[in-house]
Design a protein around this ligand. Sequence first.
Ligand SMILES: [Zn+2]
Length: 274
Amino acid sequence: MKIKQIHIKKNQVKSWIEIFKNPCPVTIETFVTGTVDINRRGTINTEHPDAGYMKDEVLNVPIKNYLVRHNELGDFLLDAGLDKSYTDDPKGSIKGDPVDEFYQNQNQNIKFQLESRKIKPKAVYLSHLHPDHIAGIRELPKNIPYFVGKGELEQYQQEKSGYFLDSVETIYEIDFSKLDEIPPLSHCADLLGDGSLWAVFTPGHSMGHCSYLINGVEGPIFLTMDACFIMDNLRLKIAPSDYTWDIEMAQNSLDMILKFLKAFPKVKVICGHE
Ligand SMILES: [Zn+2]
């Protein structure tokens, strides 16, 4: 695997008002490649001063990734979901302990869903490197570019998380610190260069975590990815604490997203696991 730094051209436009004036021919579709059990305590940080009483409750939530379809530029994947190793084995054939367990129905794996519709993504953009977001890479083409926020590879523990990136030819790191902030959001990358698809730096869940914004003609959509697991994180204004690298930073990222959604109520928001 080669690791390269990608130079993303800075967009001339510096405000969301301007960006939303130029919607692009781009739509998204959601894939569900399995489910995972998470506990409500931890999905919402119980230590937060506003958390109050949080009941102990197991939530079975979807494992999602997305397909961005651009009329002129083609198809792109946001995260990879799960490969078919999980259909018969919740550990996805990863040995050792502790390994996250996921559930999957027959033909729910990412490759099946793409191939049955003859979809060939041109690139894969990864929000972060947790198994439920990248295990599917094992059955995706390796000769297309993969992108990830700087910091993720540094944190990636393949012994624990699986050797999912092993045969990927080239992974490109996006250094958000070199990109402009677009308030109220922080550093943003104009991934396709036409203002249609943006990666937004939202660290905390992991070191280089990013969320995405799709600026389509049907209205802008903000995909929080794991900066926000479920709608209750937004409703209660409390970030998750489970599976989280830096809880305070995760809360800051959630606060930033809330500020953005308040400023732009027409933006539709979709949480990472709901
Ligand atoms: Zn995650």
